[in-house]
Write a protein that binds this ligand. Sequence first.
Ligand code: M6R
Length: 357
Amino acid sequence: EKGTYPHFMLKEIDEQPFVMRNIINKYQNENGKLKLDDDIRKAMTDADRVYIVACGTSYHAGLVGKQLIENIAEIPVEVHIASEFVYNMPLLSKKPLFIFISQSGETADSRAVLVEIKKLGHKALTITNVPGSTLSREANYTLNLYAGPEIAVASTKAYTAQIAVLAILAVDSAHAKGIELDFNPMQELAIVANAMETLCNQKEQMENIAREYLAVSRNCFFIGRSADFYVCLEGALKLKEISYIQAEGFAGGELKHGTIALIEEGTPVIALATQEHVNLSIRGNVKEVAARGAYTCIISMDGMQDEEDRIVLPAVHEYLTPLVSVLPLQLISYYAALHRDCDVDKPRNLAKSVTVE
Ligand code: M6R
């Protein structure tokens, strides 16, 4: 039930701090140690390559997951869109492990891949919000998101839950491989939960930005580098899905290879600048688009901010920045849709779970 909320989407955005804390509780035992099945740990450490397969927002979480698993657990990862994978299967490694990421666990495109790889005798782990779902039943292993039912068509809390669970999985695999880490996922996720709470209390600011930048715009671009780029893809999907504004996420460095031609006087460009190692280059991109008339909005992180930034996110561990940078994008999309009188929870032409290929 929505309770006092006008829309499920807003309620689900607000639930994200609780979801983080729930995940911490579910994946930690009394001694503060990670609690994952031995079978899953073995499947991860046996694999010479992980293939993440998903659609839409879950695919975007997979892109972040690749960075986490490669950096933390040192296992190579490929991320694939399920509907493409099915007829364009890459050359597989000798010992692949498949990870299906699906909020609903019912997505037909992902299921079609699962059927194919099972025929080849490969193992699969499903990360889902619905434990008894088809993808969960048909895979060898399941990790639950514990995010509670997600009703709004636009996925919000499932995305952040997916990334949190992928971070825990990566750390668990690293421990099993004897890799020394100075990253405690539970401590860092607790910091994320507090940061999310702070952002959920800044709705007025997000609403103002939505009104100022998106009330009448035809289009909007999101730019970022490194992990920020992946979050830009998700921000753009959210905005197009519920507000029907043509939105695209671009890697900052790609602008000069074509995209910058789209910039006109007043084109809204939202830039994420939460990655220390590319902070200067993304700010350079912002200057380039601004010089061509773009109406820019920078979202940065505490410790990296500049006077001109519109939103400064509370600082979190560099591995986990997508968990907080996505939140303003979710809220901005929500308010943009609201201002444009769109049906926020049930956007046109879309279904919550896509059960046809
Ligand atoms: O249930 P799934 O995670 O498998 O769904 C995948 C996509 O259909 C889903 O994420 C979709 O892109 C959302 N509507 C995005 O908000």
